[in-house]
Design a protein around this ligand. Structure first.
Ligand code: GLY
Ligand code: MN
Ligand code: MN
Length: 428
């Protein structure tokens, strides 16, 4: 499959976003945004650098130690990029740098300066301005430079988050690709899983499939959790040997052109669900399918979650895991012991993307938003439940695009019906 044509957003998209910011800035103001420096992992080895999502969103520039300055003065708009200076010696060792000379044409900005001159140039360029849009608290030296110059500092996060929340057609194509690659990786994982393999072997299979289709990295550390490890929500040690009779929960998503996929599937290590596993799996699947029906524009994640909570509580009572009256149990939030996370989150450049997480995610969904839907049940073995359910953790997670017709499941290529999973696993 040739994915090259989809690997990048068109340059126009970044220009339009900056124009959109300029349009929202008050006159005689500055806007500044930084991306991080590389982080040391150990001795002289660094973590692989990944640009800040807000910075990338406005620049399409992926070098560390960079900043973008926008100035709107007497109605005129000027964009300036700050970046590392070209350094032949360093480039031989650690990679190419764009440099100030090529930057304006390549990034379609008005001017470029070396990052080491930022404080001086920022102070000069902004001396007659009245306000600065800036997100405090990420960069001590950035805070110092901005606060020394401005009394009025306006957080740009609400503005940019609102923009990032509604995805463009080009962004949706990239997210769809991330989701598609993620789905293929889960299918590969199902085919490669069997008793006595390490969880990390399956992590490797997932990574291999990502790389085969042009996604260099996962969008978060892959969770490959067998048996009771599935009850640790963000387990990513992936170091256990998978046991016959256990389930395997995999939460893994590809990052494609910086956009995230985020899929969870749960399936038996030996390819065949046991009766108690089946009962719990069917309950989670039922709740997920009901939630998908409700997650459409105008409805909210909170509203769909209320239905999930009803289904879970009824189901857990029927299985003897919860005891008592369903309504009372819901009021008491008895389900929290077994379902302790949210139903879903917004998805985009970040896996937990910008969005309104207040009031239990009650913001009405809108066309162009992408969200996850991921109910789960986690029955830790130290809970007082029938023996056969102990140590089982199940989550099923898909990614939904809000459309004028309702929603589109971007991860529908990843099987989740019990019979389909068993068939795939039996075929190898
Ligand atoms: N992979 C993290 C989450 O599903 O939220
Ligand atoms: Mn996930
Ligand atoms: Mn998720």
């Amino acid at each position: 499959m040739d994915l090259a044509y989809l690997a990048e957003l068109p340059q126009e998209e970044f220009i339009t976003r900056r124009e959109n910011v300029f349009a929202q800035m008050q006159d005689n103001s500055a806007f500044i945004i930084f991306t991080e420096a590389e982080k040391r992992r150990n001795n002289d080895c660094n973590y692989h650098f990944r640009p800040d999502s807000y910075f990338w969103y406005l620049t399409g520039f992926a070098e560390p130690e960079s900043a973008l300055l926008l100035i709107k003065q007497k109605g005129l708009c000027e964009s300036t990029i700050f970046l590392r200076k070209k350094d032949r010696e360093k480039e031989i060792w650690t990679g190419r740098r764009l440099g100030v000379e090529a930057a304006p044409e390549t990034l379609k900005v008005d001017a470029a300066f070396e990052i080491e001159h930022l404080a001086k140039i920022f102070t000069e360029k902004t001396q007659n301005l009245t306000a600065c849009y800036y997100a405090q608290g990420y960069q001590a030296w950035g805070d110092k430079v901005v606060n020394a110059q401005f009394k009025e500092v306006i957080d740009w996060r609400p503005m940019l988050s609102e923009m990032r929340l509604i995805k463009s057609t080009a962004e949706i194509a990239l997210i769809q690709q991330a989701c598609h690659i993620s789905a293929l990786a889960h299918i590969r994982a199902m085919k490669q899983t069997r008793p006595n393999r390490y969880e990390m072997e399956i992590e490797g299979e997932i990574q291999h499939e990502f790389n085969r289709f042009g996604a260099r990295f996962p969008s978060y550390n892959s969770i490959v959790a067998s048996g009771e490890n599935a009850c640790v929500l963000h387990y990513d040690e992936n170091s256990a040997v998978m046991k016959d009779g256990d389930l395997l929960l995999i939460d893994a998503g590809a990052e494609f052109a910086y956009y995230a996929g985020d899929i969870t599937r749960t399936f038996p290590v030996n390819g065949k669900f046991s009766e108690p596993q089946k009962a719990l799996y069917e309950l989670v699947l039922k709740a997920q399918k009901e939630a998908i029906k409700l997650l459409v524009p105008s409805n909210s994640i909170k509203m769909a979650n209320e239905r999930v909570i009803e289904i879970f509580t009824e189901g857990l009572v029927a299985l003897g895991i919860l005891k008592g009256n369903v309504h009372t149990l819901i009021e008491q939030k008895a389900y929290r012991q077994f379902y302790m996370h949210g139903l879903g989150h917004w998805l985009g450049l970040d896996v937990h993307d910008v969005g309104d997480y207040s009031n239990e995610r009650s913001r009405p969904l809108e066309i162009g938003m992408v969200i996850t839907v991921e109910p789960g049940l986690y029955i830790a073995s130290d809970t007082d439940v029938p023996e056969q359910y102990k140590g089982i953790g199940i989550r099923i997670e898909d990614n939904l695009l809000m459309t004028e017709y309702g929603n589109k499941n971007l991860t529908s290529g990843c099987p989740k019906e019990l019979a389909d999973i068993e068939e795939i696993m039996a075929a190898v």
